[in-house]
Design a protein around this ligand. Structure first.
Ligand code: CAA
Length: 397
């Protein structure tokens, strides 16, 4: 696994001051400290490419070993051409590789992951790996209740028959779906619309249903020592764990203790990045492994994915003894430390430019487009704008 975030972030204390609310509402009430914000040359393609490049590098794998590449996103850059195709070109993936994009709000990455597991189980891999990339930029209107729960980033994962981080339990997943309007983004909008408090209820209802179904299917009584939840903001994961503890018949006091031990380590990285939609659950997993992989070796953990609209899935896996050495390659601290704190007027200016960002003419001709060389270049791609035929142009900065 590896992740990538934009160069800039907003500190939630700065945002609270600008919006005239106590900082504690955001930092404690929502559990968010910082949120990543994308610049004009950063988009879901550049973030996905950077996360995937880092992932391949950390695993010591070459693009030629990828037989399936699925990108989960709810902030696609084109109605037709998938981010997976851009990734195919930018990373230099083989032509004998199935590539596509999945959408179901924040559940899209999990849909890709579970599809990859079925691909392995069906025998289609023939020694190759699947590359799953979750990439998104979460945007709500400036000044809205959702604003402090934005974020941007990508998580890339390699799925193979010989995992090094977590061995998932194939075929045993608890699903829950229903048709609800808790969060949506009409085709003509850049920022999402949400029925905030209702979305919290939908999340908790979906957790209740998915967990019950998983319990019904699970063939093992072995306890889950940690659980990673979808993290739109840290407090939501806390509410989710409280709900699960309640379903397990635990007291409120026991649930609080359980949260500190079983969930809090997974929220440390997300609290500094914000909501990255499809990647949020996997950023929580990365955070958990980064902080505790050694003590969790051999232990069973739970994972809960939620996508508005809605679809949810609860599943489990076992942390492997190789996880600590592998996750140490993911440069978590340096990636976060190398970011720049954006002043609120700078962030607001970026947001004002969002509407026209996809139509900005590129200063470079389409012949400047870079391809397979990127995987060796050790540098992130940049979105430079569109050419005269309205094709997106990516270059190495
Ligand atoms: N100090 C400490 N805590 C404070 C505080 C203060 N000064 N002031 C308020 N709080 C607490 C509140 O008590 C509340 O805590 P509880 O939830 O434990 O009661 C918390 O801070 C938030 O306060 P409000 O409920 O008043 O906040 P809000 O209504 O302004 O906004 C929100 C909250 C509705 C979640 C809003 O941020 C939002 O719409 N976010 C986007 C939607 C979302 O993330 N939904 C999550 C489920 S859907 C999903 O998961 C999919 C997805 O990724 C989008």
């Amino acid at each position: 696994m590896a992740f990538a975030v934009p160069r800039g972030y907003v500190d939630l204390a700065d945002l609270a001051a600008a919006r005239g609310v106590p900082a504690s509402k955001y930092t404690q009430g929502l559990g968010v400290l910082q949120m990543s914000v994308a610049d004009a040359d950063e988009d879901p393609v550049t973030l996905a490419t950077e996360a995937a490049r880092r992932c391949l590098q950390a695993a010591g794998r070459s693009p030629s070993e990828i037989g399936l590449c699925i990108v989960g996103t709810e902030t696609a850059v084109d109605h037709s051409k998938p981010i997976a195709s851009y990734l195919h070109g930018l990373l230099g993936l083989p032509s004998a590789c199935r590539v596509f994009e999945t959408k179901h709000a924040c559940f899209g990455g999990t849909a890709g992951l579970l599809n990859a597991i079925d691909w392995l189980a069906a025998g289609s891999a023939r020694g190759r790996c699947a590359l799953i990339v979750c990439t998104d930029i979460a945007r709500y209107s400036v000044g809205s209740a959702g604003e402090p729960t934005q974020g941007a980033g990508a998580v890339a994962m390699l799925i193979s028959e010989n995992p090094r981080l977590v061995e998932l339990e194939p075929g045993i997943t608890g699903c829950f779906s229903q048709d609800v309007h808790d969060f949506w983004r009409p085709l003509y909008r850049k920022d999402a619309l949400v029925d905030g408090q209702f979305s919290v209820q939908c999340y908790l209802d979906a957790l209740t249903g998915a967990y019950a179904e998983w319990q019904r299917l699970s063939e093992s009584d072995e306890p889950l020592v940690r659980t990673c939840y979808h993290v739109p903001y840290g407090k939501m994961a806390r509410k989710a764990h409280q709900r699960r503890c309640q379903l397990d018949g635990m007291s409120e006091e026991a649930a609080e203790k359980s949260f500190a031990e079983q969930v809090e380590p997974s929220l440390r990285v997300p609290s500094q990045v914000g909501n990255i939609y499809t990647g949020s659950l996997y950023l929580a997993l990365l955070s958990l492994l980064y902080h505790q992989a050694t003590e969790l070796a051999g232990k069973r953990i739970g994972l809960f994915s939620y996508g508005s609209g809605c679809a949810a899935e609860f599943f489990a896996g076992r942390v492997l003894p190789t996880a600590a050495a592998q996750i140490a390659q993911s440069a978590v601290d340096s990636t976060l430390a190398n970011r720049q704190r954006l002043a609120i007027p700078v962030y607001e200016e970026l947001r004002r430019n969002d509407a026209s960002a996809d139509q900005r003419p590129s200063e470079l001709p389409s012949s400047a487009k870079i391809g397979a060389a990127l995987s060796q270049a050790d540098r992130s791609p940049r979105f430079s704008g569109i050419d005269t035929q309205e094709r997106r142009i990516y270059t190495v900065a």
